[in-house]
Write a protein that binds this ligand. Structure first.
Ligand SMILES: Cc1cc2nc3c(=O)[nH]c(=O)nc-3n(C[C@H](O)[C@H](O)[C@H](O)COP(=O)(O)OP(=O)(O)OC[C@H]3O[C@@H](n4cnc5c(N)ncnc54)[C@H](O)[C@@H]3O)c2cc1C
Length: 409
């Protein structure tokens, strides 16, 4: 896996990983390699959710945008993840009250909820074909998890959360899941699941329709900072007014050490069973929800559009994939659903999530180059948060007609 993220900045571009998602794409997205010297208001590096949605937000505001992707659009975590679209940013942020105050905590909580709406609206507005289904349940394995969920529940109620939420006791669990592993949970109809590669590819189609010039198999190899940053690639270059770095865990250390050093790549892995026949699918997941437990190296899972169980988990920091992902994940899957013993696993894959020191997403500008922005480090909770990061960056830029007046001297 280490090879893969270093690969992002080599000339040897990679095809999509062999995932269930890559085998079931509904969008044929192909863009050329950059082979000339071009100019744009904005250059975005990275063709995952962060980069593509930043491009959409900025093109919608009238900027000319070029996007460079080292491999294929959605090649990174965005095209490989568990597909769980969950409110919030994944961590208890109350612990940061001292630093950002209660209003700061409340604002981040609101953003974590709005981030889900951004995805839902984008899917609805552009009819993106990505199997979006609402319905999610947090799962408790021990009493401390129940207390955590009760706090979440109360804080969501107090904030006026507009979707159905419900605490579930052990006795309630069979109504949502065919497993006796959990002692309770919290149902949330404002979160759900989707096919992430189809989402990011569908969004790339939207970006292209808005006039974003997308280049694949085109790694940003170096940046020259200044009033007009220049991004060099193997065969071309982009001169821009603003640069957005959205390579997350795959950005490596060479392109811009200030951000590369702030994000720790960690591996997470998913297996996809064969389509489950008869009533097996509805007996393990009767309401087609997504699930995740509250452990650190958590299990997360849901059914695909064609009734496979997509089961994710593990967490590696070594930079190396397990030699046999299915062998590593199958026992976890069968611990949750003993009914699936003997079911074939058709696909296995992994990807890199980017973890920040305090586990909060990092969105900002380079200290020595205020016209260079970055967004990264969503940990395992980026499907919604990337879409919010894109909006935050777009809102931080001056309006299009004033863009050149606001550049640093
Ligand atoms: C296995 C797995 C399961 C996950 N499950 C979930 C989940 O269920 N729910 C959830 O919310 N989140 C989940 N996540 C996290 C989520 O997928 C990520 O937070 C999110 O996709 C990050 O998107 P991104 O665009 O920032 O980065 P990425 O999608 O990784 O995109 C970065 C892109 O930048 C490109 N790049 C890097 N360097 C360069 C360069 N120099 N030049 C050009 N291009 C470059 C890469 O090739 C890559 O395509 C999971 C992640 C993984 C790996």
């Amino acid at each position: 896996m280490m090879d893969e993220f270093d690969m992002a900045v080599t000339p040897f571009a990679q095809p999509h990983t062999h995932s269930y998602y890559a085998a079931s794409t509904r969008y044929n997205v192909d863009h050329p390699i950059l082979e000339e010297s071009i100019e744009a208001d904005i250059c975005v590096v990275g063709g995952g959710f962060s980069g593509i949605n930043t491009a959409i937000e900025l093109a919608n505001r009238g900027f000319s945008v070029v996007l460079l992707e080292a491999n294929k659009i959605g090649w990174g975590a965005s095209g490989r993840n568990g597909g769980e679209l969950i409110r919030g940013i994944g961590h208890g942020i109350d612990q940061f009250t001292k630093e950002i105050g209660e209003e700061g905590v409340a604002a981040i909580n609101r953003m974590g909820i709005e981030a889900v709406d951004i995805v839902k609206n984008r899917v609805a507005e552009h009819s993106i074909d990505c199997d979006l289904v609402m319905g999610y349940c947090d799962l408790a394995l021990k009493a401390a998890h129940i207390r955590e969920l009760e706090e979440d529940y109360e804080s969501l109620q107090a904030s006026g959360y507009s979707h159905e939420i419900k605490m579930l006791s052990k006795e309630d669990m069979p109504s949502v899941i065919g497993s006796d592993r959990y002692i309770g949970g919290m149902l949330d109809m404002g979160s759900g699941h989707l096919h992430p590669l189809n989402l990011v590819l569908g969004e790339a189609v939207v970006a292209a329709e808005l006039g974003v010039r997308i280049f694949e198999n085109t790694a940003a190899e170096s940046i020259t900072k200044g009033n007009k940053p220049v991004v060099k690639t193997a065969k071309g270059q982009v001169t821009c007014q603003y640069l957005v770095l959205a390579g997350n865990a795959y950005i490596g250390h060479k392109l811009e050490p200030h951000i590369g050093g702030k994000v720790l790549p960690a591996g997470s892995y998913v297996i996809a069973t064969e389509p489950l026949e008869g009533n097996l699918a509805s007996s393990i997941i009767p309401k087609n929800m997504a699930f995740a437990d509250l452990s650190i190296a958590l299990d997360y899972y849901h059914l695909s559009g064609d009734n496979r169980l997509l089961f994710g988990g593990l967490c590696t920091y070594s930079g190396k994939d397990p030699s046999d992902i299915t062998a590593a994940l199958r026992p976890n899957m069968e611990r949750v659903f003993p009914q699936l013993k003997g079911v074939n696993v058709d696909f296995e894959w992994g990807g890199m999530i980017g973890i920040g020191a305090n586990r909060l997403p990092q969105i900002g500008r380079l200290p020595d180059a205020p016209n260079i922005f970055y967004a990264q480090a969503y940990s395992g909770h980026g499907v919604n948060a990337t879409h919010m990061a894109a909006k935050v960056i777009a809102e931080a830029l001056p309006a299009r007609q004033n863009a050149s007046m606001c550049l640093p001297g």
